[in-house]
Design a protein around this ligand. Structure first.
Ligand code: AMP
Length: 419
């Protein structure tokens, strides 16, 4: 199938062609026609599948093709868990919209008073697509000036992530501000029961799409080192010194590990920076920018950047510890080998993490290659994923925020496709 066959506006086709995108991905093939028919959507898909364009294209097509139902109203609201994702989606929209007059703004927290006023001006000034994190959006909504009466689309992107971060109540509050006569598109990498419940409350007869979940891309060369905790650091250093990879992300489960590891690597002469939720927005953007531009070789990060962040060309992903949620492994590994490129993913497994890694291998459906330790490091432990070992360190393993989730009962407003 080609994009032409999806019936999109010629200006949009021109925009995606200029981006070097020629053939729809499977999620785009399914989501675009359903959304253009006016259906609500539940799409179970990870980053790397082309999910962003899968919702942006139908939204932009409708925005361009039809006049607003209410003059001056925002036409589409995309709610996302992180500011990085908001920026990334906005950038993709700007690229696709190059040959159209469509306007958009990312709205996220951590900004100063001047940017709040700037956001306010854009929100009341006829911006068509708003991409926002829940907290900052609510601050604007509560002040009463955001024009939403003619909203055509609500998109919830990375809904499972938003639930993990405790945003469900905020989302229900946001929905309380929206007209019922709208289309709702929900994207989530996983479909835990909390998300299923949410979809029942806010979606109307949704079209369901599930795209090859829980399998890293075929271009990823996955390897694992079975090590003692003490061996992790030295083996990592050896690997970084001998690897030709020029763009490397190292994931660690906890902020403190990320900070310590980045500090240690810098001391040992590596070009490394930490990325975690304690950094100011401007610091996070500066670190991400230098990594994206390949001025920075090594990014040490918590899960914050494992989902949704659109950095292409990463050569190597290192799991310094085994993610406690198997889906997080798929997401972390998914940072490399994007869009049919080759990449390498290396995981360090200590004796307390073998069982968790066994769960990951079960999820992805095959065993990851275990590498012999480099010369001079001695033998590592034997890989025994079947052994039960008590853990001596409490790992949160999940996202920052950590507020308990759980929706407000009865607060939903069902979306109704309008065409
Ligand atoms: P996403 O899953 O939205 O995070 O997209 C992952 C990457 O795939 C982004 O860099 C997109 O620009 C790119 N992409 C989106 N659609 C396509 C497509 N149809 N063909 C090739 N690459 C695409």
């Amino acid at each position: 199938m080609s994009f032409d066959q999806l019936g999109l506006n010629p200006e949009l086709l021109q925009g995606i062609a200029a981006m070097g995108i020629h053939k729809p991905t499977p999620i785009q093939e399914q989501a675009i026609p359903a959304a253009l028919e006016g259906r609500d959507l539940i799409a179970c898909a990870q980053t790397g599948t082309g999910k962003t364009a899968a919702f942006l294209l139908p939204i932009m097509d409708v925005v361009q093709r039809y006049r607003p139902r209410v003059e001056g109203s925002i036409r589409a609201l995309v709610v996302v868990p992180t500011r990085e994702l908001a920026l990334q989606i906005d950038q993709q929209l700007q690229a696709i919209a190059y040959y159209t007059p469509i306007t958009s703004i990312p709205v996220y927290g951590g900004s100063d008073a001047a940017s709040f006023d700037q956001q306010k001006a854009a929100l009341v000034g006829g911006t068509e697509v708003v991409i926002a994190t829940p907290g900052k959006l609510l601050s604007h909504l509560n002040l009463g000036y955001v024009p939403l009466k003619g909203l055509d689309f609500l998109v919830l992107d990375e809904a499972d992530r938003m639930m993990d971060m405790g945003f469900i109540d905020d989302i229900m509050r946001i929905i309380g501000f929206l007209p019922e006569d709208r289309q709702t598109l929900l994207f989530s990498a996983t479909m835990p029961s909390g998300i299923r419940d949410l979809t029942k409350r806010i979606l109307k007869d949704p079209f369901e799409i599930s795209i090859a979940l829980s399998k890293p891309a075929e271009g990823v060369d996955q390897q694992a080192y079975v090590v003692t905790e003490m061996q992790k650091g030295p083996v990592l250093e050896h690997m970084l010194r001998t690897s030709e990879a020029t763009s490397i992300i190292i994931f660690a489960g906890r902020k403190i590990e990320v900070k310590n590891l980045a500090r240690h690597l810098k001391k040992r002469g590596f070009d490394a920076e930490a990325m975690h939720s304690d950094l100011e927005q401007s610091e996070r953007e500066a670190v991400l920018l230098s990594f994206r531009n390949r001025r920075l070789r090594i990014l040490v990060a918590t899960n914050v950047v494992s989902r949704g962040i659109d950095i292409d060309d990463i050569d190597m992903v290192v799991n310094y510890d085994v993610p406690s949620d198997p889906e997080d492994y798929v997401h972390r590994v998914g940072r490399t080998a994007r869009a049919a490129r080759k990449g390498q993913a290396v995981t360090f497994i200590n004796d307390k993490e073998m069982r968790e890694f066994g769960q990951i291998e079960k999820l992805i459906g095959y065993a990851v290659r275990k590498m012999p330790l480099p010369e001079g490091f001695g033998p590592g432990p034997e890989y025994r994923p079947d052994l039960r070992v008590s853990k001596d360190r409490g790992r949160s393993g999940r996202s920052p925020g950590g507020r308990p989730s759980g929706g407000r009962p009865g607060g939903s407003s069902a979306g109704r496709p309008r065409r």
